[in-house]
Design a binder for this molecule. Structure first.
Ligand code: F0G
Length: 464
């Protein structure tokens, strides 16, 4: 007998439900009012007006009874909380990094990393941008450079590892600006903006060899790396019989440090950390965290939050948990695909990405097709999704123009352990209904645009 999910006949949930949260279906009139008041931005809709919430998998997971029990043993000491040491042990056991600094969430860790390592005029290569990650790099004086393989920008390409780094693109940057102006490469597991696409171990090994040679550290965005490990096992030769836990560790051992939003893989509602192996970097992070987050043994978290995270790490590497997680995402994706809905392929681990460019081909990208589609899906059925296209990509700091990214997507993101198969059926049926009336859908114009991370707070109005 092996430890693998393939032993299981289905992706059925490896838990039973002990507590439920009631949700509310609204009328069309109520939704029309709610979306208008929200400026056609799903981020601004009140949660009480949402029926099925697929905005994000961030901080929205259901904790287990053990995690809730862990909340009760929170040691709320200002300094040296017992739960900090439990977290430190779990991170060192499963991720293997020597040093740990807790932060309130991922972007807190990104701030530390960027401020410590990036100097004005530096270049930070990465396998596609993430919104908060790139902004912190820019605020620290760096310029983000996309070095993901070209296949990642093509919603149809079925490359099994669209999260891979194109080493030639990286080398071109190194030749152009010099390795000394590259403080690190930022490597994301299951690349969110590409549709939740993994990198392969072979690619990471090659990257590691290259970076060792040029003395460039590899900093992992570990947010969804356990889910990335799942795909390595499924698709890469030599990994079929390895545990998720050992693959995760192998990934981390090939990198120099990590930022983590624990709100995803790690099954908590809040939390994150910065981890690394270099003592000098650690000392700086430990010093800086007291300025922005809190003392270095809590970093903006309550003791109970750290305990829930420590337990979450152990649950997140459980084989049946991930089988069910990824199985549910595929179940939804397969239904949509069979119905002829354009989605990003291959299906990733945390979400289904609707290809708004093809869903609404008649809407110009500067009339925000993905934003429009997200609003329409809410109007149709009270399902909340997220724009990941021209609004999220923002403006080019040089030209001031919309970046008009190749991928214009709507993300249907699945919280972990929250919704059932019946909910997935409702989602698929609702998307299909919007698809059937797609030709009558018009775009949006932006009426308010905040300076930073505009997608969170921008407001829109329907085009006539
Ligand atoms: N890195 C990745 C890959 C992320 O997906 C996120 C957050 C962060 C960093 C930042 O972490 O939110 O804890 O500060 N992604 C959320 C999402 C917001 O919906 O995809 P954070």
């Amino acid at each position: 007998m092996t430890i693998h999910s393939s032993d299981r006949p289905s992706w059925a949930e490896p838990y039973k439900i002990k507590t439920v949260e009631l949700i509310r279906m609204t009328t069309r009139e109520e939704r029309e009012q709610a979306i208008r008041e929200a400026g056609y931005n799903t981020f601004l809709i009140k949660s009480r007006d949402v029926y099925i919430d697929l905005l994000t998998d961030s901080g929205t997971s259901a904790m287990s009874d053990r995690q809730w029990a862990g909340m009760m043993v929170g040691d709320e000491a200002y300094s040296g909380s017992e739960n900090f040491y439990n977290l430190q042990n779990a991170v060192s056991e499963y991720y293997g990094y020597k040093y740990l600094v807790p932060t309130h969430q991922g972007r807190g860790a990104e701030n530390l990393l960027s401020q410590i390592m990036i100097k004005d005029g530096d270049y930070v290569p990465g396998n596609m941008y993430f919104t908060t990650t790139r902004l912190h790099q820019e605020l620290a004086g760096g310029t983000f450079v996309d070095v993901i393989i070209d296949e990642a920008h093509d919603a149809h390409n079925r490359h099994p590892f669209k999260g891979n780094v194109d080493i030639e693109k990286l080398d071109r940057l190194v030749q152009e600006v010099g390795a000394e102006r590259i403080p690190y490469i930022s490597l994301e597991g299951n690349v969110n903006m590409a549709g939740g696409q993994p990198f392969s171990m072979a690619n990471l090994k090659e990257l590691n060899r290259y970076c060792r040679k040029h003395d460039i550290p590899i900093m992992l965005d570990a947010t969804r790396t356990i889910e990335n490990a799942w795909f390595i096992r499924e698709r890469e030769e030599g990994y079929a019989n390895k545990s998720l836990r050992s693959i995760l560790r192998e990934i981390c051992d090939l990198t120099d440090g990590a930022t983590m939003s624990a709100k995803k893989d790690l099954l908590v509602n809040i939390g994150g950390f910065f981890a690394c192996n270099d003592e000098t970097v650690f000392r700086k992070a430990q010093n800086m965290v007291v300025v922005y987050e809190g003392l270095h043994t809590y970093g903006g978290l309550a003791g109970r939050d750290m305990e829930a995270m420590a337990l979450g790490i152990r649950e997140a590497v459980m084989e049946d948990h991930q089988a069910s997680r990824i199985g549910q995402v595929r179940y939804l994706g397969d239904m949509l695909r069979k119905a002829g809905i354009p989605i990003v392929n291959p299906i990733g681990s945390h979400a289904i990405f609707l290809n708004a460019r093809e869903f609404l081909p008649h809407v110009d990208q500067d009339d925000y097709p993905a934003q429009t589609l997200a609003a329409e899906l809410y109007l149709e059925a009270g399902i909340r999704s997220m724009e990941r296209g021209n609004v999220s990509a923002g403006r080019d700091p040089e030209t001031g123009k919309n970046r008009r990214p190749a991928l214009e997507l709507v993300r249907l993101t699945l919280p972990r352990r929250v919704y059932t198969q019946a909910h997935m059926d409702v989602v698929a049926e609702s998307v299909l209904r919007v698809f059937e009336r797609r030709e009558s859908i018009k775009g949006l114009k932006m009426t308010y645009e905040p300076e930073y991370l505009r997608f969170f707070q921008a407001r829109f109005a329907p085009l006539p």
